[in-house]
Design a protein around this ligand. Structure first.
Ligand code: ADP
Ligand code: MG
Length: 701
């Protein structure tokens, strides 16, 4: 019986050895072969003449009459066979290369000679070459026909090219795929009947899409078919995500909030600025989530410096106004400390007990007991800290809101939802990694999304240079003399990377005695004690220090508005998003800021990364380039998340499809939340198959 789950080992002509080779390509069963899509196509629809082939020295298809053949042995043991070929414009040789085994008398060209019988006709795909010995066509593929008018199988059409691997030739893959497509493509599950018409792509069934992806009539056909197949894939994913969102909303929450106007107005008065339009929209979304009877599960994205902190604070104050506790978790102690200071500052004059709970404040026994009992009694309203806040035995009286800042710096996000600190917490994740929209919708698909797209007014865009030390330092001194401040960053790949650490330490000694001897230079790195780190950071903030030499500990969140210079050494060792984050430490006021990227590597990727950085400040563009260069799995650090498994879907090219599928997937879930309708049965099966075990996203009760 034909079945898509059949192991390919039992298909005709495959056997265990080739099955193993296929397994290396991720192909185990018949269904996998159907969706083993070409990586590219060879256009064999046009026949060129021999004369034109040499005119352009191009690759292409010829249609020729066959003449005599000649065999030669080259000095390096390589054998060639030249076959005379003719068309109406000229004559040349079709050349085949083979390596001769010196111990064997086998006729290595027997097959070719047999095929290329004089006076037969041949279609040839090859490469026209002009070399010392004359001109010839290096043959890549061919097909012989007996009569001039016989129809070829492999020519006059577009031919799929598959990713090949050792032990599997292109020809063999092509034949295997063809026989499976012919026998089984009708079996491939199809949900197109559930999909409304989409103006951007003509409608197809899975089976036709599969055929057209493998054997298109035109390249445009192939792309349309790929897109329609992708549409089905994204539809299944978006339905799964939508279901998981609606499951979160199944349980009503314990906490209820109403806007009391006891704290929020005072806080607003303390601010020295107006909220931007996007900040207002974000606050509105968040407040409406909080006031709903279901727990909030929202992701707030916004480029570095877009002003997410005050949005988070507004949410915190709504919780506190209603006598609940709120927590903000940051990825580094420095950032937690900074949040603590900002928040205490903005709440000055308000009677809201706020504490900083990091491993260093929790280290002192007395302090720790006080903090813990404050959380437990409900006396402390706002807890600011690092992950030490969410680990261990800290208990809260009535924690209702958890905010995770710089979420991308933490591991998998689900773990926050599973906390036992609160029964039905409202959760707000924030990230400054601007994720391309399409990726965000899949990666964070279980969450509601709000994006802050605009920066607060009055910011001057940072100027970025790919530079040498001399140029960077000379300009830095000018800036320092004007009362501005500078960061100088060295890479620290991990905390045990002694070499890189040493260079930050050494360089700070050197620089403070040479280039910057007239200025105060501070050093900050991850191996320092927390109290030291805080002291240095405070000194930099209060301008007791002019220059801060540091590692990536300053990468996220830090906000010092007079810092106008960012020098990054070995910039080639940082990823694009890290560079963007680092650069986000400057340009935080109306003053002109400058970033200098000092690179030593000449690799192509490194150069490309730096040139992207010097050409744009737009975090979304940078993230998109990052996505192109690194792929979604690596970008999000969540390869297991299921979205790197698309057979046809492309997160960059298919953003419109994702948006479209999202819009109607949620309607299907609303309409049939248990998937009990007959017409939704296949969809449910596909969802379970693709996402249930892999991501545990879905949990139909
Ligand atoms: P991020 O989104 O990167 O966390 P922050 O919340 O640290 O950004 O904000 C960056 C800076 O912009 C802070 O100094 C903050 O006070 C300021 N800021 C935030 N919102 C506004 C606004 N609407 N107008 C002017 N400045 C603002
Ligand atoms: Mg921030």
């Amino acid at each position: 019986m034909l079945n898509l789950d059949n192991k390919i080992q039992y298909l005709k002509g495959i056997g265990p050895k080739r099955a193993q080779a296929f397994a290396k390509l991720g192909i185990e069963n018949t269904g996998d072969l159907l969706t083993f899509f070409p990586i590219q196509y060879q256009d064999r629809t046009k026949i060129i003449s021999i004369r034109d082939a040499y005119k352009q020295l191009q690759e292409g298809c010829l249609f020729v009459k066959v003449g005599k053949s000649y065999e030669k042995v080259l000095s390096n043991g390589l054998c060639i066979l030249d076959v005379e070929i003719f068309d109406s414009t000229s004559m040349t040789y079709a050349r085949f290369f083979r390596k001769k085994n010196q111990y064997s008398s086998m006729d290595i060209f027997a097959l070719v000679r047999k095929a290329f019988e004089p006076k037969s006709f041949a279609y040839i795909y090859g490469d026209a070459k002009l070399e010392r010995g004359g001109r010839f066509i290096a043959v890549n593929d061919y097909e012989i026909v007996q009569n001039e008018n016989d129809k070829p199988l492999l020519f006059n059409k577009i031919i799929p090219i598959y990713p090949a691997t050792e032990g599997l030739h292109q020809k063999f893959i092509r034949e295997t795929v063809r026989s499976v497509v012919e026998s089984s493509c009708e079996l491939y599950p199809d949900v197109s009947s559930l999909i409304p018409d989409f103006k951007n792509i003509p409608k197809l069934t899975s089976s036709i899409a599969i055929q057209k992806i493998h054997y298109p009539n035109t390249l445009e056909d192939a792309e349309n078919a790929r897109r329609y197949f992708a549409l089905q894939e994204f539809f299944i994913l978006e339905t799964a995500l939508s279901l998981s969102r609606s499951n979160v909303k199944k349980n009503t929450k314990i906490q209820r909030y109403t806007i009391q106007k006891t704290l929020l107005p005072v806080f607003k008065n303390n601010l020295k600025f107006e909220f931007t339009k996007d900040q207002k929209k974000a606050i509105k979304d968040i407040f409406s989530d909080m006031q709903s009877v279901y727990p909030m599960n929202r992701m707030l994205t916004g480029d570095v410096g877009s002003g997410k902190t005050v949005v988070a604070l507004s949410a915190i104050l709504l919780a506190v106004e209603n006598d609940y506790q709120a927590m903000i978790v940051a990825p580094t102690e420095i950032l937690a400390e900074q949040h603590y200071l900002t928040i205490s500052n903005m709440l000055s004059g308000l009677d809201v007990k706020t504490v900083l709970a990091t491993s260093s404040t929790l280290k002192k026994k007395n302090e720790k007991e006080k903090i813990l009992s404050g959380f437990e009694s409900g006396d402390i309203k706002i807890a600011i800290g690092t992950h030490s806040l969410i680990e261990g035995r800290i208990k809260f009286k009535n924690l209702s809101l958890i905010i995770v800042d710089e979420q991308h710096r933490f591991g998998v996000m689900q773990k926050f939802a599973a906390l036992d600190k609160a029964r039905t917490p409202d959760i707000l994740m924030m990230t400054a990694t601007p994720i391309p929209r399409a990726l965000a919708m899949t990666a964070y698909g279980e969450m509601d999304m709000t994006a802050i797209m605009q920066l607060p007014p009055g910011r001057t865009p940072v100027k970025t240079y790919s530079s040498n030390e001399q140029f960077a330092y000379t300009n830095t001194i000018k800036e320092l003399k004007n009362g501005n401040q500078a960061y100088i960053v060295y890479p620290l790949i991990n905390e045990s990377d002694k070499f890189a650490l040493k260079s930050a330490v050494q360089e700070s000694e050197k620089l403070s005695q040479t280039w910057f001897k007239d200025f105060k230079v501070g050093l900050l790195h991850g191996k320092m004690k927390s109290s030291e780190k805080n002291e240095i950071m405070q000194k930099f903030k209060s301008k007791e220090l002019n220059v801060l030499i540091s590692t990536t500990v300053i990468e996220v969140g830090i906000d010092v508005s007079d810092a106008t210079i960012m020098i990054i050494h070995h910039a080639e060792r940082f990823g694009l998003s890290a560079l963007h984050q680092l650069r986000g430490r400057i340009g935080r006021s109306a003053k002109q800021s400058y970033a200098y990227l000092i690179g030593t590597s000449n690799s192509e990727t490194a150069r490309k990364r730096l040139s992207i950085m010097t050409s744009t400040n737009n975090g979304f563009k940078i993230a998109e380039e990052d996505l192109k260069m690194r792929g979604p799995g690596e970008l999000m650090g969540t390869t297991q998340h299921g979205f790197s498994e698309f057979k046809a879907g492309d997160l960059i090219k298919d953003a419109d499809i994702i948006e479209f599928t999202k819009s109607f997937a949620s309607k299907i879930v609303e309409d049939d939340p248990t998937f009990s309708k007959n017409e939704n049965a296949i969809l449910k099966k596909l969802m379970d198959k693709h996402f249930l075990n892999k991501t545990k996203l879905i949990n139909i009760g």
